[in-house]
Design a protein around this ligand. Structure first.
Ligand code: FMN
Length: 219
């Protein structure tokens, strides 16, 4: 997928992926992520593949991860999206969102929110927990998320506003890998706009991108 001139040159760390899914039923969704970073190594694409449990609200929780683990497990487990504001104010359900079994070292915490200060504080809190990374949700287009300025709304704000968010979350994430899950954009997206957006993310230190290759309106 990445061509020269794209934001994902081999010299840079991030890898970029479409998200083909196996086990098409949502309840068993596992995303396969080819690590393009390594594509020139003497290994097959299959050897470079990682099995990653997709972030899925109401599904990607510890109970489900335990089931997945019994069927061979994954290399990484994205959590359900965690609302940054609720996390920092420790809402009544946060203790469930913060469960990280059965393999805490493989957890990627996904955060969502519309405010840079809340997202930053949430990243700081999560950076102190076990887990391999923090993921910013820039892909959710559900009206109750996108209409508040969270999820895919970050792709549609002025670029510098989103750059500030990423910069701030990156600093707060410490040693944890920072990734972003995104969509193509809105219905007027162009490849150029998408790549410019990805380039900005990479320039700000995002180390992995997951593309859900649909527009804002597409379900
Ligand atoms: C029930 C459900 C919940 C989801 N929750 C999230 C979420 O919390 N964060 C996120 O980035 N994507 C979420 N997604 C999107 C998936 O991670 C994935 O990118 C998408 O479903 C892939 O497209 P497909 O359903 O056509 O295979 C969710 C999808 C489903 C079906």
């Amino acid at each position: 997928m990445p061509q020269s001139g794209s934001p994902c040159k081999r010299s840079q760390k991030p890898f970029f992926t479409l998200v083909p899914t196996i086990f098409c039923q949502h309840a068993y969704k596992v995303e396969i992520v080819p690590a393009f970073e390594n594509k020139l190594d003497n290994r097959t694409i299959e050897e470079n593949m990682k099995k990653i449990l997709a972030p899925m609200a109401t599904l990607s929780h510890e109970a489900f991860r335990r089931c997945v683990a019994r069927f061979g497990g994954c290399d990484e487990y994205f959590t359900e999206m965690i609302n940054a504001g609720s996390l920092i104010h420790m809402g009544p359900f946060e203790k469930f969102y913060l469960m990280s079994g059965p393999e805490p070292e493989k957890i990627v915490w996904q955060i969502t929110g519309s405010r840079t200060d809340y997202m930053t504080e949430a990243a700081r809190i999560l950076s102190e927990r076990e887990g391999l990374g923090i993921d910013i949700n820039m892909g959710c287009s559900a009206p109750q998320i996108a209409n508040t300025g969270a999820g895919v709304a970050w792709m549609l704000k002025p670029l510098d506003e989103t750059r500030n968010l990423v910069k701030s979350v990156k600093t707060a994430s410490g040693q944890k890998r920072l990734s972003v899950k995104l969509r193509l954009g809105d219905e007027n997206f162009t490849e150029e706009k998408l790549f410019d957006f990805c380039k900005m993310l990479v320039d700000e230190g995002v180390e992995m991108l997951t593309l859900h290759p649909r527009t804002k309106k597409e379900k």
